[in-house]
Design a protein. Structure first.
Ligand SMILES: [Zn+2]
Length: 346
């Protein structure tokens, strides 16, 4: 019970042990965990140096030999910031409640590119504003509150042959087009996962995906810039505004340095799907056409070709975003630049 579970983040273990201590009446241990959390306010909840680990090991009895290996995130590639690590798979959460009495927060859930649970083929939920938490130590309670109000439908959407997506397999609040978008997002998610697990952090393909995600999910100044395409599409589909507003004081240049952490899973799913459609990731073309057709039936027109989609995402040839991306493309290897040329020469 006290050991790290498979793919469990270290913050999850602490949160879980704190919870057990509280409900089991181990008051001294419970307040020790609370003090430990309070003492780390503002620091990354999944990054611990040797001193932090020693302190943690003095609270957890018996001492956990495997903590050191989990004390730092194994990749920084689009790792969400601490406060944003509040996405979870509703089906995993339900299973955890039976086996562990609480939620086991997976490392994968803390990555911006991870939006679909591979085990249950469903989109991650993100703790919403209505279930606000003041810090990550309280995320389980908020997640459970959310699950209680919005029980998710049992479903499986990934990699279904097109005609087998029927009403019964479409998740709660999801339309068929969104199933297709989720499927596309899953393809690029699996690709990122493969590249990272193979240790290819510095490869150009990952750089290109990262840059396009930054373009897609960029922050923008309220009232000064057009809301980026991914957020507009997310709003059209859900009616919910997900915009990633930044302070008026921020310089435009800093917006494009990769600060694209977006908390909610839904716009990230859109961002991944748009990225996959732009780079014409394998197996995505005809799925994107199907998305276009399905959305057109609902009166939402989206660009079919990768070139027009790129234009919708960057907003035109004279934009700062386009210039920024062109500069980035120059650093890619020649073969990749050739591929990019197809859609960036506008
Ligand atoms: Zn799951």
């Amino acid at each position: 019970m006290k050991r790290l579970r498979n793919n469990e983040s270290i913050s999850s273990l602490i949160e879980r042990l704190w919870f057990y201590a509280s409900v089991d009446g181990a008051l001294e241990e419970s307040s020790a965990f609370e003090d430990f959390f309070n003492s780390r306010e503002g620091l990354d909840i999944d990054y611990y140096n040797d001193d932090d680990l020693a302190k943690l090991n003095s609270i957890i009895e018996p001492v956990q030999p495997n903590l050191a290996g989990a004390s730092k995130p194994y990749t920084q590639f689009y790792l969400l910031d601490s406060a944003s690590r509040i996405s979870f798979c509703p089906a995993c959460a339900e299973e955890d409640l039976k086996s562990a009495r609480t939620i086991i927060w997976r490392i994968h859930w803390s990555y911006g590119w991870y939006v679909v649970c591979l085990e249950h083929s469903c989109m991650l939920m993100t703790i919403s504003k209505g279930n606000y938490i003041s810090r990550v130590g309280q995320r389980t309670e908020s997640a459970l509150r959310m699950l209680a109000c919005r029980p998710h439908a049992k479903y499986s959407v990934s990699l279904l042959p097109p005609d087998s997506i029927t009403t019964s397999t479409i998740p709660h609040n999801f339309m068929r087009a969104e199933c297709e978008i989720l499927d596309i997002a899953l393809r690029v998610q699996k690709r990122i996962m493969y590249l990272i697990e193979a240790g290819n952090y510095g490869c150009s393909e990952l750089a290109m995906i990262s840059d396009l995600l930054a373009l897609t999910l960029r922050g923008h100044v309220r009232g000064k810039e057009i809301i980026p395409y991914s957020y507009r599409l997310a709003k059209q589909l859900t009616g919910i505004g997900y915009s990633n507003y930044i302070d008026m004081g921020s310089k435009h240049a800093t917006v494009m340095t990769g600060e694209y952490a977006v908390c909610a899973s839904y716009p990230r799913m859109i961002g991944l799907a748009l990225t996959a459609a732009i780079i014409r990731h394998s197996g995505v073309d005809f799925r994107w056409y199907r998305v276009c057709d399905l959305l057109a039936e609902r009166g939402i027109l989206v660009p079919r070709t990768s070139k027009l989609l790129y234009l919708a995402v960057v907003g035109g040839a004279d934009t700062a975003e386009h210039r920024w991306y062109l500069k980035r493309v120059k650093s890619y290897p020649i073969e990749l630049r050739k591929i990019c040329k197809e859609y960036y020469t506008i």
